[in-house]
Ligand binder design. Structure first.
Ligand SMILES: *[C@@H]1O[C@H](CO)[C@@H](O)[C@H](O)[C@H]1NC(C)=O
Ligand SMILES: *[C@@H]1O[C@H](CO)[C@@H](O)[C@H](O)[C@H]1NC(C)=O
Ligand SMILES: *[C@@H]1O[C@H](CO)[C@@H](O)[C@H](O)[C@H]1NC(C)=O
Length: 302
């Protein structure tokens, strides 16, 4: 019974064994290579078995539906000519990887003398990019007791960076409540979004702030920026308003008096204008209630 079973198993395995020997087979030491930008990348593709003396080797870059040749017809294609070469017959080496090189690369081998003549392998290249200086937004001045949010964003780095805030060169905790040193502050830091949120700023929060973006391959800082916290002094404001009101009142009264006085002066002048002209000889003025000024020839009076 056991013997028959073993014989059957051998009978089943034999053709598979033969088939394996005759097929071209590929292997990669790394199907998901991760390389830092501006470094060398090796996309490993190794023929582990073939009967064919000179198998045909091709490399393609696959971006969605677009497929472009990297290596074809025994030579590098397009701009790959200066940037890449084959190593150890089939592996692809890119000398100076850029972020645009990330993606899927297919190593295809055709071996017409094998029973199974073709094989392919997909390699997913990931390119890590150092962060650049993040963009930071810090409010210049905030009144005591108000909320304030500081922003920090970096868009080049890959993987996406995380963020940390510093004040006067000192690391800030994720939550001010977690440190006795910052007990008078009220902020929380979000290392994913890069925000530093103060629910109520205090005088002691005045300082120079900066943020650092960090990922697997590097870090970068934004320029230090000053946040000033000023007192919103209620007594001072009330005093100021009262001074302004007082000035307004005085001015109004002043204008009013001047206006009234001015009218009076005007009347007087009008009156004078009838009386002051130097009395010409022989002319007299007599004022009567009914007729006003009345002119007489003085020569007749004397
Ligand atoms: C790599 O490529 C970048 C941009 O394409 C270039 O600035 C840099 O000098 C290159 N580095 C080397 C070592 O060739
Ligand atoms: C390639 O690798 C990246 C990063 O590991 C991953 O996000 C992406 O989905 C992979 N692409 C494919 C087609 O597997
Ligand atoms: C917090 O404020 C109190 C009172 O205003 C002060 O005595 C104390 O020194 C402050 N603590 C710190 C760490 O600045």
């Amino acid at each position: 019974m056991a013997l028959r079973r073993r014989a059957l198993l051998l009978l089943l395995l034999l053709p598979m064994f033969r088939y394996r020997i005759l097929a071209v087979e590929l292997f990669s030491t790394d199907l998901n290579p991760v390389v830092q930008e501006f470094y060398r990348a090796e996309l490993s593709c190794i023929i582990t078995s073939t009967k064919t003396v000179n198998p045909r080797i091709e490399w393609k870059k696959i971006a969605g539906k677009d497929t472009s040749y990297v290596y074809f017809d025994h030579k590098m294609q397009g701009d790959w000519v200066d940037r890449a070469e084959l190593h150890g017959r089939t592996s692809l080496v890119i000398h100076n990887v850029t972020r645009a090189d990330k993606g899927i690369y297919r190593c295809e081998v055709a071996a017409p003398e094998d029973t199974h003549i073709g094989a392919e392998i997909n390699i997913n290249l990931t390119v890590h990019v150092k962060p650049v200086a993040p963009k930071c937004r810090v409010p210049q001045s905030v009144p005591v007791g108000k909320s304030a949010t500081l922003h920090c964003q970096e868009k080049e780095g890959f993987p996406e960076p995380t963020y940390k805030w510093y004040r006067n060169g000192e690391t800030l905790p994720l939550d001010s409540k977690s440190s006795s040193k910052f007990q008078n502050s009220s902020f929380t830091m979000n290392t994913k979004t890069g925000t530093l949120v103060f629910s109520e700023v205090q005088k002691g929060d005045t300082g120079r702030y900066t943020c650092r973006a960090t990922n697997a391959v590097g870090d970068a800082w934004c320029e230090e920026m000053e946040m000033e916290v000023y007192d919103l002094n209620i007594a001072g404001i009330v005093g100021g308003v009262m001074v302004v009101l007082a000035v307004l009142l005085l001015t109004t009264v002043g204008i009013c008096c001047a206006y009234r006085k001015g009218l009076f002066v005007n009347n007087k002048q009008n009156g004078n204008s009838y009386k002051t002209p130097a009395k010409p000889d022989g002319v007299n003025y007599i004022r009567t209630d009914e007729e006003g000024d009345f002119r007489h020839k003085s020569s007749f009076v004397i």
